[in-house]
Design a protein around this ligand. Structure first.
Ligand SMILES: [Zn+2]
Length: 109
């Protein structure tokens, strides 16, 4: 099954579900996995990872790392109107660009 993914790496998104005291803040997308419908969002769903002693000679033994959340749990934040929005599409030349459904500003640079 292929679902269209309207979120890209380095987008600013708002997590609309999920736990954690900072879950509702605006965050940066670190990576998108369209085939799995998942993404990594900076600082969201941190899990503690125990690092092996070989790799941690110069570090603490525990690191925090983001784990993947469902793409449907985030909304893109429009850089123009600064609100979470659904994504519309518009044609610019011969390619499609993403635009904000609230204010029609392009989401892509
Ligand atoms: Zn907007």
């Amino acid at each position: 099954m292929h679902t269209r993914v309207d979120i890209r790496r380095d987008d600013t998104v708002k997590v609309i579900t999920g736990r954690g005291k900072n879950a509702k803040d605006k965050k940066r997308v670190l990576a998108v996995f369209p085939n799995d419908g998942k993404l990594l969002v900076e600082g969201v769903k941190l899990v503690k990872k125990h690092l092996s002693s070989k790799r941690t000679r110069n570090k603490a033994g525990i690191a925090e790392q983001e784990s993947r959340i469902a793409i449907s749990n985030v909304m893109v934040v429009c850089p123009s109107c600064d609100k979470p929005t659904r994504v519309a599409h518009d044609k610019k030349g011969d390619r499609f660009i993403r635009v904000c459904k609230r204010c029609d500003a392009p989401l892509d640079k």
